[in-house]
Write a protein that binds this ligand. Structure first.
Ligand code: FMN
Ligand code: SF4
Length: 518
């Protein structure tokens, strides 16, 4: 029987040498005359083990990693094709603790299937959600998504079903589904992993959204820095079209739906929904004032559902298993699972999908394994560049939208970046202000001017120029930005800045002269 060997084609694995590993595996197969084939799968999301090579055995998939091209001959010598033992053996893939502890709903197939095989997709439960959607009414689909408790995974946590209902109820000759794949937050990579590792789940989710709201056209706006995701999504859309999944009669139904892939413009602010629509329309990526809401007057002035990749990719399993199944995971008003992206100075960086409710401490210390440097954790930034820095004292905060908001933080796109005790939080606060100054679209004064004044004032604190007075000035400035900015770029930059000041006051104190001279 032909043996299947998996070598990931995910960007993270490729950056770590997966292409050379695949070539070396191919070479060994032909040199040894083996009956084996290579499948380029997505990543399971354990990046400290990438490139992770797997082989299908009678007792399931067996993993090895991290594998370099030079390790490949010895892996074959050790009997890789039958799961033989080697210094890089990781045992059965599904029993690796980091994977075994997860609840994979949105990422159920990522790393397991061949991303561009529709047959593989179907064999692993794909398209059942869409089939169910086609057998019911748009209102019923919207109700199921609403009842599931799914909230937008792009950052704001807005209930997805309510957004869809507004578009369903809007009367228009044309409606759009717009997938936000700009993924600009620091430490995030979940959207990319889905697009590279299980692109059909996003296509299926967008198609269900189209049927639910009466939209016939979808766009995926992917950041330009994701060439592999753009290529995989483009090919997946072609395959879907060829197989009648997209087009004038979706899966033989009277519903029409098609998707176009667009590359982003390379600006963080183009991830903001109205700026993204401007960019897609060929205009400058500047934020639009709301109202009108995109759901009423969005892309090209038409009612538009704009959702993050993960929000849309979670819909197929909700349609397949039902609202209650999804809703039963989680806590409070944060229902279902959340793909947490663990990054920065951490031992076990990667993607960990779990029901809402794990504490930040569990995520960082137990799942992430603490810092890569082995030094104590000083701070964790949760929610991207606009998220707060949490100290160890807040590690009992459960991963839940409301619990984080209650501590002046946010979950955002669920990226967490770990820092050890060498981090200088004054520098991090300055970085947040500088980031805002660089990325500001320039439309409103608190953000455009405020961020630049913020950088200057933090520089004065660093130079010991009237530090107390300047901390008060930064605090005042942050209040102006928070309440006077048009969008969350200017409005949320105060979170990292003020959390650094409030939780790490020592980093903002003047260095005593004697100490500084030592
Ligand atoms: C500056 C800025 C950048 C953003 N970047 C992204 C992004 O990269 N991806 C994303 O999905 N949402 C991003 N958002 C949030 C979007 O504006 C919007 O809330 C989201 O696309 C809605 O989808 P959801 O309800 O599924 O989360 C950003 C918001 C702001 C203010
Ligand atoms: S807050 Fe900044 S990015 Fe947002 S609209 Fe104002 S200037 Fe533009």
């Amino acid at each position: 029987m032909t043996v299947t060997i998996y070598v990931p084609c995910d960007s993270g694995a490729l950056a770590l040498g997966a292409e050379k590993v695949a070539k070396a595996v191919e070479k060994e197969i032909s040199a040894r005359g083996l009956d084996a084939r290579i499948v380029r799968n997505g990543s399971h999301g354990m990046f400290w083990l990438e490139p992770m090579v797997e082989v299908e055995t009678d007792s399931g998939r067996v993993a090895y990693g991290p594998v370099q091209a030079k390790d490949v001959p010895s892996l074959f010598d050790a009997g890789l094709v039958s799961g033989g033992l080697h210094a890089l053996s990781l045992g059965k893939t599904r029993e690796i603790p980091f994977l075994a502890k997860q609840t994979r709903l949105t990422f159920a197939r990522c790393g397991i299937t061949d991303p561009l095989s529709l047959d593989d997709y179907k064999a692993h439960g794909g398209l059942t959600g869409l089939s169910r959607a086609l057998a019911t009414t748009p209102a019923e689909i919207v109700r199921t998504v609403t009842d599931s408790g799914l909230r937008g995974r792009g950052g704001a946590g807005f209930p997805t079903g309510i957004k869809w209902k507004t578009v369903l109820d809007a009367v228009s000759d044309r409606k759009f589904i717009l997938c936000n794949a700009d993924e600009g937050d620091s430490g995030t990579f979940a959207d990319r992993m889905i697009m590279e590792g299980d692109p059909f789940v996003l296509i299926e989710g967008m198609t269900i959204a189209g049927i639910a709201t009466g939209a016939t056209k979808g766009f995926v706006y992917i950041r330009s820095e994701y060439p592999h995701a753009i290529a995989t999504m483009t090919r997946a859309v072609e395959i879907a079209r060829r197989n009648g999944l997209l087009g004038v009669n979706v899966m033989g139904s009277p519903h029409a739906f098609d998707i176009e892939i667009r590359a982003g413009a390379g600006a963080y602010v183009c991830g903001e929904e109205t700026s993204l629509m401007n960019s897609l329309e060929g205009k400058r990526g500047v934020v639009r004032a709301k109202p009108p809401l995109p759901a009423i007057q969005g892309l090209f002035g038409k009612p538009t559902v704009i959702n993050n990749v993960l929000s849309l990719a979670s819909v197929p399993i909700i349609m397949d298993r039902g609202a209650d199944y999804y809703r039963d995971f989680g806590m409070g008003r944060s229902r279902g699972t959340i793909p947490i992206q663990i990054a920065g100075n951490v031992r076990h960086g990667g993607l960990f999908e779990a029901a809402f409710g794990l504490t930040l401490g569990e995520i960082v210390d137990e799942i992430g394994g603490g810092t890569a440097t082995g030094r104590p954790v000083k701070a964790v930034q949760v929610g991207g560049p606009l998220g707060a820095y949490f100290p160890r004292a807040l590690f009992d905060t459960p991963f839940d939208y409301e619990a984080f908001a209650a501590k002046d933080g946010l979950i955002g796109h669920a990226g967490i970046v770990v820092f050890d005790d060498t981090a200088d939080m004054l520098k991090q606060a300055r970085f947040a202000m500088e980031f805002c100054a660089i990325e500001s679209c320039g439309k409103c004064t608190p953000c455009r001017i405020g961020s630049t004044r913020g950088v200057e004032t933090l520089d004065k604190i660093a130079m010991n120029i009237e530090p107390q007075k300047n901390i008060e000035l930064v605090t005042d400035l942050c209040n102006t930005m928070k309440f006077g900015s048009l969008c969350a770029l200017g409005g949320f930059t105060p979170y990292p800045v003020m959390s650094a000041i409030n939780h790490f006051p020592d980093d903002f104190r003047p260095t005593p002269v004697a100490e500084a001279a030592e």
